[in-house]
Design a protein around this ligand. Sequence first.
Ligand SMILES: [Zn+2]
Length: 312
Amino acid sequence: MQPTHTRLLPIIMSILVVILLVLSYILSTQISSLNALKKTQTSIEAELQSTKATLSAKQSEYDSLYAVHAGLQQDFARAEENNAELLSQLDAEQKKNNDFENQIDDISGTVGKLDKLSKIDPELLKKYSKVYFLNEHYAPEKLTEIPHTFVSGDGVKEYIHFKVTPYLTKLLEDAKDDGVNLLITSAYRSFDEQGGLKNAYTVQYGTGANTFSADQGYSEHQLGTTIDFTSDEINGGLIGFQNTKAYQWLLKNAQRYGFTLSYPEGNAYYVYEPWHWRFVGEKLARDLYKKEIHFYDMDQRTIDGYLISIFD
Ligand SMILES: [Zn+2]
């Protein structure tokens, strides 16, 4: 009989071998799982690297986009500045353009006015005095005969500047409608007629004629725009005209037809001539009436400003 330990040895050895086998199996599986883990770690690390690289690429892409954006913002600000500059330049240009158009308008307006003015006889609104008088050859542009029903004296023909005709006709007709008998005793007188008239007055009144009859060339009658009125109330004469209804009517209404009294009471030129009315245009006649002054009270430059509208 073998001793117990000798019998047990192969069992123990077998057990040991089994244990060794089990251990080596466990070890080998551990090693292989460690290897697998290592592999996984490497691949995670690689993935991480690639993610980092991607991120860094994204970051640099973002940086460059940001730089582009900042650049664009600057460009935009500059463009806005340029735009504002351009707008103000455009404004300035438009203003210049408007000014230019206004100038053109002014110029064409001025040309129109000059053209209109060039067609109006400047003598029609001149003051006549001992120092300023009409040339002996001066004659109105055109005369028309005044309807005989308004002329005092049988067979007498009186003439008036053709452009004053409509104003005078209206005045005479309106006075008639108001029951006022206005007649004309003298209208246009040529230089020679005025000379003849002055001579006749001088023969009759001596040097006293100077106070009421203008010398040749000084007379407003030579213009063809001036009228000596009379009335049946004084049998077609001149004396006492200031006391007639006809005169009162003229004082109140003549300005509406462009007529004004040349020589009122107390004037520095001639004696009071209530019968003597001159056509100066509605605008000037109304202004004189409103200001309660007379033609010869106004300075010539102011009067000249009315020439353009004399027949308006
Ligand atoms: Zn007169």
